[in-house]
Write a protein that binds this ligand. Sequence first.
Ligand SMILES: Cc1cc2nc3c(=O)[nH]c(=O)nc-3n(C[C@H](O)[C@H](O)[C@H](O)COP(=O)(O)OP(=O)(O)OC[C@H]3O[C@@H](n4cnc5c(N)ncnc54)[C@H](O)[C@@H]3O)c2cc1C
Length: 428
Amino acid sequence: MTPTRPRIVLVGAGWAGFILSQELSDTQYDITIIAPHQTFAYTPLLASAATGLFFSRLAEEPIRRAHRKTTYYRAYATAADFSQQTVTCIPSILQADGSDVPDAEHPFTVEYDKLIIAPGCVNQTFNTPGADEHCFFLKTVPDAEAIKAKLLSILEIASLPTTSRERAQELLHIAVVGGGPTGVELSAELADLFDEISKTYPHLAGLPSITIHDVAPEILGAFHDKLKTHALQSFSKHGVEVKTSSHIEKIDSDGALYNLYTKEDGKKLCGMVAWATGNKQCDFVDSLRGVSKASRLGRLLTDQRLRVLKEDKTALLNVYALGDAADIFDKGLPTTAEVAVQKAEYLVKALNSPDKESAPFVYKQRRMVAYLGGTDGVIMGQQDWTGEAAWLAWRSGSLGWTRSWRRKAMIIASWGWNFIGGREIARR
Ligand SMILES: Cc1cc2nc3c(=O)[nH]c(=O)nc-3n(C[C@H](O)[C@H](O)[C@H](O)COP(=O)(O)OP(=O)(O)OC[C@H]3O[C@@H](n4cnc5c(N)ncnc54)[C@H](O)[C@@H]3O)c2cc1C
């Protein structure tokens, strides 16, 4: 059947792809979304979900929506042919335990008139031996669920009559690798969790500990020096140890415990290693040929109208890229949801009004916030803030990220419930 409307194929349904999937005109375009998970994750809320501040389902939004005329394939894009205007995909099969298995035996091809590439990035472990097998990551809702299940598991093993106090202490030691905003916020939420569950696990009081390891000489590298110092002081008050210039050599497992080896301190036993050290490109972006890529991170390069650039730096017809997988030539924008959202909103406007010549995209830098635990945080913007003001900004920011009123109301209700009844992680 000949399509009557131009076909848009969207690769990825994260911050960039999800907004496009919901806001591109489904009367003007025939929209197909290709993404391996059926929901979009509100990434800034994942650390809270992983530590039981609210249920994980509040940190995700389904891609399929009633009253939206779009097609969704639960699949990975594996290759694109820009001359034939096709994308090759393989199904992502949902398993009963919630995991996904790529089905390379049954590839299929989707044709496009316009292709939008937004598959984000994957975790970067710098080929550290054992990191992929033994570490816990925080990029998706299943990742947050896995962290929560692991925390519950070590708390329960530590509570058994057969577990010595010394072993319980080792089990309840959490190593967080990466002192950027994700590692810092996860550590802060873990510190809050251990503080709050002393009511449900009073016998474990004083045993949990958290250490942040970063290879850099400081944490929160993108923040002003005054804020970095504040973060260090705040963590030392909350009992989070910070080891900078710490080089992870390998991770292996010894039953319920993990061995974390650093160049500086040798072997340290812990109950969980959370890895949050940055990004690299997914195989799909790596596979694309004949296009310009940034030397750092291998991101696709686009012009200021988000059109992918060929190797000779002219724009490829009808192919756009945005989010963490792309950068504007010569701009060096950060890999953040802020950038992904602003670019997605720009592209929605441009494609929904094809007759209007769109102005080039300009990124508006917003303030950066990091939560530090308790009622503390740091904000870097026109003015720097620390303490309760930053904590309030982080809390209201958590609400600002969610794009549905129902989710906002449920998150507020969860905060209220935790305030009265205390945080717990036993319930799914
Ligand atoms: C824990 C955490 C907290 C964060 N907090 C903040 C914050 O507070 N503020 C901020 O600005 N930024 C934050 N970020 C960064 C932000 O989440 C990313 O910059 C943002 O998600 C990038 O959007 P994206 O659409 O490019 O990619 P993503 O949101 O990662 O989405 C990528 C999508 O592509 C899909 N996909 C992957 N491979 C394929 C493939 N081969 N084929 C098809 N689909 C594919 C994925 O399943 C997903 O749907 C945080 C990140 C994390 C991990």
